[in-house]
Ligand binder design. Structure first.
Ligand code: MG
Length: 393
């Protein structure tokens, strides 16, 4: 159950970017930075309400953006204020009284992960407040107005604050009220909370959780975002396995991989009983998450009686194409005591590759006996295993 609300302050004009539109609206991989940030925050299971604070003159544009990106039902928009804490304060007016925690996250940190948000929440549930931060890596110099180094600052125990910054809702309200009362302006929520003497825990943040503040940050963020999305896109490659076995009987032709092979017995089945092609179809359907061959071509359907299974494979590949996949490669093992399959392999590969609309070298065929063991070894039937990797086209 969500016990937290998120406030995303994006009220700033982003002057450091030196550009006309506020930086939070700049495009990153085809969508405004802010949209990436909202999507990332919305992934955290503990987050219910999401409140976005934007410059007052951007309220309409922002709502249109949220509609365009299907986020309007998930996000409430408020006008930000002059300072960050004014924006957070305005956002807090929309946080339901029953919401225990508030997560404040910069609008221009689109690379935050749900895991980091949850880690900060976990820490805040124990101590009342927690923020993400990373230890300072570089050597720090104190420099004067003439660019002269005055001293090297010991970085021991120094951390760079990031967001998310999480606090118990009541604590954050008190901190903001106290700051307003004292005319204190802080650069983050933790500094306001610390003024109350309350404890703020640090959670190790992520180096990738960068804040986009300068034009040079955009290509870096774009590259990192691409990496994050490609890792998340687990559908780019899909694996599938297929297995089939058919009985060898007299009076039937033996068809394997679309090749009719001279043999005293053939495979029994509703179709041409091409066990090799069936296993390959099942592997592809498996990779697509589309069940099995029996679901698509029922063996009691008269239209499939005696059908050439290569036609079924062609239809399976049409389904794959419709779902946006091509065959990256397949590996097929036929288990048969007899006949010898080597002389037919090249033609089989050609038939299968044509149906799969790929080069023959993408489909590997192997045959093995079981040294007279089991039903294949006794010549009672032939079995086939197939594995495929399907790739998003
Ligand atoms: Mg079959």
């Amino acid at each position: 159950m969500p016990d937290a609300a998120a406030i995303i302050p994006a009220g700033g004009a982003g002057l450091r970017m030196g550009l006309a539109t506020p930086k939070q609206f700049h495009l990153l991989a085809g969508a405004p930075i802010l949209i990436h940030t909202i999507r990332a925050v919305a992934q955290a299971p503990s987050i219910g309400t999401i409140i976005l604070a934007v410059p007052a003159d951007q309220l309409t544009t922002t709502r249109q953006l949220l509609v365009a990106h299907n986020l309007i039902d998930r996000v409430q928009v408020v006008a930000g204020g002059e300072q960050r804490q004014d924006s957070v304060n305005n956002g807090l007016t929309l946080v339901p009284e029953t919401t225990e925690f508030v997560v404040v996250h910069d609008g221009v940190r689109p690379l935050v992960t749900a895991a980091l948000i949850e880690d900060c929440l976990h820490a805040a549930r124990k101590t009342g407040a927690a923020i993400a931060a990373v230890p300072v890596k570089d050597t720090l110099k104190a420099v004067d107005d003439n660019y002269r180094i005055r001293k090297t600052v010991d970085r021991e125990g120094l951390w760079q604050a990031q967001t998310p910054q999480v606090a118990r809702t009541s604590l954050l309200r008190r901190a903001l009220a106290a700051a307003a009362h004292d005319n204190f302006i802080g650069t983050d929520e933790a500094s306001l909370i610390a003024r109350l003497g309350a404890e703020v825990t640090v959670v190790t943040g992520a180096e990738n959780n960068i804040k986009i503040t300068r034009p040079g940050d955009l290509p870096i963020a774009e590259a990192l975002l691409g990496e994050k999305n490609s890792m998340r896109n687990s559908n780019a490659m899909r694996i599938g396995h297929g297995y089939d076995a058919h009985r060898l009987v007299e009076g039937r032709p033996l068809v394997l991989g679309g090749v009719t092979i001279d043999h005293p017995k053939g495979l029994l089945g509703h179709s041409d009983a091409d066990v090799l092609t069936h296993a390959l179809c099942d592997a592809i359907l498996g990779a697509l998450g589309e069940g099995d061959i029996g679901k698509h071509f029922p063996d009691n359907d008269p239209q499939y009686k005696g059908i050439n299974s290569i036609k079924l494979l062609t239809q399976v590949m049409e389904l794959a194409k419709k779902k946006g996949y091509v065959l990256a490669n397949g590996d097929v093992t036929v288990i048969a005591q007899a006949p010898k399959l080597a002389p037919h392999m090249a033609q089989m590969r050609k038939n299968l590759a044509r149906a799969c609309d790929c080069d023959a070298d993408r489909i590997n065929l192997k045959a093995t006996t079981t040294e007279t063991m089991g039903f294949t070894g006794r010549g009672e039937g032939i079995a086939t295993h197939a594995v495929v990797l399907m790739q998003q086209a």
